[in-house]
Ligand binder design. Structure first.
Ligand code: SF4
Ligand code: SF4
Length: 235
């Protein structure tokens, strides 16, 4: 699915981690849930329930640990808006609905969303969960799809069951070679690359702010005086 040759030609801003990607368009296919799927959801595979439960637990812990300060919340809100914007741009692409045909399991379990055949914890890293929590995603937003659990817990036969705003940034900014070719042909690749880069930069800034805050908190816990800013503003 992702050969090294294809990897070399990935557009700027693409996620190179083979487990970390996903596909907006594929995930855009359906958020509407027929009644029969509700029954199916009551019979979720245990593995999916456990992986969803792990993300929910970490989201809850992030939201509880400390309310993110305003600067972090502003960045998280910007990321949320960027994720929605990217989903809008990619809403009509075709590649994502059929790219997994013929791929090895679990990628090939469904026709599309090959890059969603990853492990849930790889896309929902601690930094991603923190960014989602600061942006307002809560456990109740973690809707799961019906059917087989093949890869990420939120991957289903018709795409990602999460709203774009509630997906990790790595999923949203990922563009594989096949998709980049389609976007190039449609004259939209540059627009997508620029937005992917914006998302990546904002995510790195947010992660750095959070890390610095956690370090200050850690210092304050072990020795309150060390966490005090120096008179010249430096630590
Ligand atoms: S076409 Fe590429 S980006 Fe889209 S779902 Fe398939 S592997 Fe992911
Ligand atoms: S959350 Fe999972 S299913 Fe959704 S886009 Fe990301 S990897 Fe794919």
């Amino acid at each position: 699915m992702r050969t090294s040759a294809a990897r070399d030609r990935l557009p700027r801003g693409a996620v190179l981690d083979p487990g970390a990607g996903c596909v907006l368009p594929f995930t855009q296919l359906s958020m509407w849930v027929p009644a029969r799927q509700l029954v199916s959801r009551l019979r979720q595979p245990r593995s999916r329930a456990e992986e969803r439960g792990d993300v929910a637990r970490r989201l809850r812990a992030e939201a509880r640990a400390s309310a993110a300060p305003p600067e972090e919340r502003r960045l998280a809100a910007r990321l949320r808006a960027c994720r929605e914007a990217m989903a809008g741009i990619l809403a009509d692409v075709r590649s994502c609905a059929s790219c997994a045909t013929g791929c090895v399991y679990p990628h090939g379990a469904f026709a599309g969303g090959a890059c969603c055949g990853t492990e849930t914890h790889r896309v929902f890293s601690d930094e991603e969960v923190a960014a989602l929590a600061a942006g307002g995603t809560r456990p109740r937003h973690l809707t799961v799809p019906a059917g087989e659990h093949a890869g990420c817990a939120f991957r289903g036969p018709s795409g990602c069951s999460l709203r774009a705003a509630d997906r990790p940034n790595a999923c949203i900014r990922y563009v594989c070679y096949e998709l980049s070719r389609e976007l190039y042909a449609a004259g939209r690749l540059e627009e997508v690359e620029n937005l992917a880069e914006t998302i990546q930069r904002a995510f790195e800034d947010l992660s750095a702010l959070r890390e610095a805050r956690r370090e200050r908190q850690w210092l304050a816990d072990i020795h309150p005086a060390l966490a005090e800013p120096a008179p010249d503003g430096k630590r």
